[in-house]
Design a protein around this ligand. Structure first.
Ligand code: PMP
Length: 451
């Protein structure tokens, strides 16, 4: 049981002393107090199944004892020193993390947040290529720092200030909502919509979306002078958007041909979440030049990373590059533990097993409830797109808000995403079970049935 300020006191402090630009879920915001594995407990002790995992961050479960032990032991030994010195945890972690990467991706920079990682990736791309222009997809989220706000393409996360120069957006290859379809060509566990005319090795939609990238290169980039292209392997905040097959690989090739590098943002799709692969890009059959990571890498501890090739890393040696907290011993201990736990508890395999089961069950709900426009995803990265029945208009009704409240009251915490906020996101700690998945489906079904 919690000892501390009352709900009213928390509410008062939130309203008067904390960031007023931050929306909270639910008609009465939840006050959470404790976590254990895939569960959260509110200040009254009520338990919830956490299907958002601190925004796709609590990868291996809340309060994992192995992480707690590693943090305590490291705090007792050496809490901070800065990485101008050698220290064993930093070196051990650098080796462990880059062992997970394919090819030449062996040099790691440790930082403290996803925005910082993407900022550094922009810098690396520009210094390495001597080019300036960076591209990303409409509907993407890559951070909120002044630089990464230029990459991000969701109006809700933009301010009326000049956006940083050198950023371009290309049409998102959204196979559900986009104009060329392609839904049966995404790499999804369940196929719920069939809208494109494709063969096994050719996707018409993929081709058309790719043309949009080529058009940007022809019209808006100095000929042959691109610095980099950023994309997630599956868009997270954008609403679990999966791309048609072949798209990312072809974009990668076009970027390389024009003198640029490809940056995979694995902040959400990495660390086994997609089930089939440890990294999301591995599902797209290419190896990027730079990979950025955050969130799941530290199970909630502020830890993020950029991994690249020795050749690209050389570009950053033109000046000193320093980050006080990046690679601190405690963060590195957490990072090592997360890698251990994913392996020991077979969490990537569990993502695939439980994720596939959940996706199939949700697909059944889709055929029952026309308010569900689309069910998609891979592993434990799942999206349910809510629409006005019979259309693809994003559901914006009070009913949707009530739906969230009902699920919460029944003990299930879901996420929200997409530019219209009409996509339910499920990105839980990867330790959830089949029983949790069945419970989730039952709760969603009940909430959809009640007004
Ligand atoms: N990239 C992606 C894909 C993200 O989802 C986020 C956070 N939502 C970020 C980058 C930025 O991470 P942070 O909030 O740690 O700066």
């Amino acid at each position: 049981e919690m000892k501390g300020p009352s709900y009213e006191k928390l509410q008062n402090i939130r309203q008067s002393r904390l960031n007023p630009a931050l929306a909270t879920y639910y008609s009465k915001p939840l006050a959470l107090h404790q976590g254990y594995k895939q569960w959260l407990f509110d200040i009254n002790g009520k338990r919830y199944l956490d299907l958002l995992g601190g925004i796709c961050t609590v990868s291996v479960g809340h309060c994992h004892p192995k992480i707690t032990a590693a943090v305590n032991s490291q705090m007792d030994t050496l809490g901070h020193v800065s990485n101008i010195y050698y220290h064993p945890k930093l070196h051990e972690y650098a080796e462990r993390l880059t062992d997970k990467m394919p090819g030449e991706l062996k040099v790691v920079y440790l930082v403290n947040s996803g925005s910082e990682a993407n900022d550094l990736a922009i810098l690396l791309a520009r210094l390495y290529t001597n080019n300036f222009e960076v591209l990303s997809l409409t509907n993407c989220y890559h951070g909120m720092s002044p630089q990464t706000m230029g990459l991000t393409s969701l109006g809700a996360y933009k301010y009326c200030i000049p956006q940083p120069p050198g950023h371009h957006h290309v049409m998102n290859p959204d196979v559900y909502r986009g104009i060329w379809g392609g839904a049966n060509c995404r790499d999804s566990t369940v196929q719920t919509t069939r809208t494109c005319n494709c063969s096994s090795n050719f996707c018409e939609a993929s081709d058309k979306y790719f043309d949009q990238v080529a058009i940007q290169f022809d019209h808006n980039i100095p000929k042959g002078h691109v610095a980099g292209f950023f994309a997630e392997s599956i868009q997270g905040l954008g609403g679990i958007i999966q791309f048609p097959k072949g798209y990312l690989k072809r974009v990668y090739e076009l970027v390389k041909k024009n003198g640029g590098v490809f940056i995979s943002d694995e902040v959400q799709a990495g660390f086994g979440r997609t089930g089939d692969n440890f990294w999301g890009f591995q599902g797209h059959d290419f190896t990027p030049d730079i990979v950025t990571m955050a969130k799941g890498i530290g199970n909630g501890y502020p830890l993020a990373a950029v991994v690249t090739t020795p050749d690209i890393a050389k570009a950053l040696t033109k000046a000193s590059h320093f980050n006080t907290f990046g690679g601190n011993p405690v963060a590195c201990s957490v990072g090592i533990s997360v890698l251990d736990i994913i392996e020991e508890e077979k969490l990537q395999e569990n993502s695939k097993l439980v994720g596939t089961h959940l996706l199939s069950e949700l697909a059944k709900l889709r055929s029952e409830f026309p308010i569900i426009g689309d069910v998609r995803g891979k592993g434990l990265m799942i999206g349910i797109e809510m629409v006005n029945p019979g259309t693809k208009e994003p559901l914006q009704s009070k009913k949707f808000l009530k739906f969230f409240d009902t699920c919460m009251n029944l003990g299930v915490l879901l996420g929200k995403g997409g530019v219209y906020g009409n996509i339910i996101r499920i990105q839980p700690p990867m330790c959830i079970t089949k029983e949790d998945a069945d419970f989730t489906v039952a709760v969603i079904k009940h909430a959809l049935q009640s007004d």
